[in-house]
Write a protein that binds this ligand. Sequence first.
Ligand SMILES: [Mg+2]
Length: 147
Amino acid sequence: MNNPAIHAMVRDPGGAVIGLDFDGTLAPIVPDPDDARIHPAAPGVLAELGSLVKAVVIVTGRPAATAIKYGPGLEKVPGLVVLGHYGFERWEGGRASAPPPPPGVLHAEARAAAPAAAARRGGRDDRGQAAGRGGAHQARPRPPGNP
Ligand SMILES: [Mg+2]
């Protein structure tokens, strides 16, 4: 073994952070991603590893809560951090958090949902006009930072 990173961790395990992927690392790649589950021994191993290093972190493209759901026992691993959505959200100590969406995202989501909402009202928008037609009743794009 001639890996400088491994040697550094062996010399100073308390300064090491172990980052692991979920799919293909803790859980096998399976045809249906909803069937992926971590190895049943993984939470115990991660708890032991976590007692030796500074932190154990799981980084995944999945929502953090999904990694916890598909990893029975992970919620009991002391100090475990799960970074979901490739780091956008953070799960730690049973609590998930994420920064607020960038300006304009909520407005864009509302605009995207408007045609479906109008269709549910019988093809009419909230002013009684036919849905999907142009006009002053449609939301206009706004400059960034002015949602
Ligand atoms: Mg992977």
